[in-house]
Design a protein. Structure first.
Length: 93
């Protein structure tokens, strides 16, 4: 009986060690996944910032190249937005 109990305890100890090993492995996997996610998010932010800077640069160049056309486009956009706001406010009343 004592021998069976000692055998069971040794088996359980091996099982506990296996569980601790698996938990450690799982912890490492989760840590790596989180680090990968953070790195991906930082890359996406950097790429977005670079794209926005490029678009701003292109817009500045286009405005310098054709200032009258740019002013006309802005005027038309302002009129369109004003019209939409007027229509929306009239429908609410």
């Amino acid at each position: 009986m004592a021998r069976d109990l000692a055998h069971d305890l040794l088996e359980k100890q091996a099982t506990v060690e296996e569980i601790l090993h698996e938990v450690s492995r799982f912890k490492t996997m989760v840590k790596d996944a989180v680090e990968d996610g953070v790195e991906s998010a930082l890359r996406a932010v950097k790429n977005g910032r670079d794209a926005a800077e490029d678009a701003l640069h292109d817009a500045r160049y286009a405005i310098k190249k054709n200032p009258l056309q740019a002013a006309g486009i802005l005027f038309a956009a302002g009129v369109a937005i004003g019209g939409i706001i007027t229509l929306v406010s009239m429908r609410r009343d």
